[in-house]
Write a protein that binds this ligand. Sequence first.
Ligand SMILES: [Fe+2]
Length: 145
Amino acid sequence: MAFLEWDEKYSVGIEEIDQQHKRLFSLINGLYGTVQKVEGANDMKSSIIELSAILSAVDKMEDYASYHFSTEENYMLEYSYPGYKAHKKAHDLFFESVRKFKREADEGKAFKLTDILEYLKKWLTGHVLTTDQKYKKFFKKKGLS
Ligand SMILES: [Fe+2]
């Protein structure tokens, strides 16, 4: 079973956004796979190599999240969605947390790899199931699908 499993309950009724959410799920699953490898590594050298793979997987996920959030925010602006500000703030807070993680990793601070994964899983599923669901009806009325 994948770390993050897609389910219809995550659908926001807009094909393009659902596809992007699926892609984010899959990027986080990829990151999970890399973390599993690090934990299975038995020498320091391969741990360091895997660690840099993790940081680049985090960058990739962050880039895609940025692209995805822009898609949502652009629709919100285009259709004058009333919850735009609060929603954008939630997206911005997500980036702050990811940046904090990367800063700590750069500074060599001890952190648990599983913590960031649990954070990503909890944040993304929570966000899609609550904050994103709030725009579902609104965009449906506007004819987006
Ligand atoms: Fe969102």
